[in-house]
Design a protein around this ligand. Structure first.
Ligand code: SF4
Ligand code: SF4
Length: 132
C-alpha cells in the first residue's frame, strides 16, 4: 500500500517508529559483515535497507531478518553513516505487526507449564519483540 505521495506506507511507518531514514545508507555492507546472526538471516542487514529504499513492501513483510535480529547494536556501532539499524529493525517489526493487526506472540499462545518454566527475562523480551 502507498501513501498519497506514492511512498510505501510500511516504510513511512518504519521511519516514524524508528526515527531512521534508510536513504542515508550508501550500501557499504559493513553492518552485514559485523552481524553475529548473519548465518540465520534470509536477507543481510544492508539488503533490508536497500529494500526499504526501494519500497519493496511485500518482500519486507515476508522477510525473516527483522524477527531474527538480536538487537545487539553491532551494526549501529559499525555504520559510517550513523544509521541505527537495530532501531530500524524494531521499526519494521512494529510496522509489520500494526499492518497485520495482530501480535505474533503473547501469554495466550503459551501453556501454563510454559509460562511457569520459561525465564521471565525471555518472556518479557519476547513479548516486547513480537507485540505491537
Ligand atoms: S553500514 Fe551503514 S551505510 Fe553501510 S550498508 Fe550498513 S546501514 Fe548502510
Ligand atoms: S542489531 Fe540485528 S542486524 Fe544489527 S548486528 Fe545485531 S543482530 Fe545483526
Amino acid at each position: 500500500m502507498t501513501t498519497e505521495t506514492g511512498k510505501s506506507r510500511l516504510v513511512e511507518d518504519m521511519k516514524a517508529h524508528s526515527g531512521q531514514d534508510p536513504n542515508h545508507c550508501y550500501q557499504c555492507a559493513k553492518c552485514s559483515a559485523a552481524c553475529p546472526v548473519s548465518a540465520a538471516l534470509d536477507l543481510m542487514p544492508h539488503q533490508v535497507i536497500r529494500y526499504l529504499q526501494l519500497g519493496l513492501e511485500k518482500e519486507l513483510l515476508e522477510c525473516k531478518t527483522p524477527w531474527v535480529c538480536a538487537s545487539c547494536f553491532t551494526c549501529a556501532a559499525r555504520c559510517p553513516r550513523d544509521i541505527d539499524l537495530a532501531r530500524m529493525m524494531e521499526g519494521i517489526r512494529l510496522s509489520v505487526l500494526r499492518k497485520r493487526g495482530e501480535n505474533k506472540f503473547g501469554p495466550a499462545k503459551l501453556t501454563p507449564e510454559q509460562l511457569e518454566k520459561l525465564p521471565q527475562q525471555a518472556l518479557v523480551s519476547g513479548f516486547r519483540k513480537y507485540n505491537k
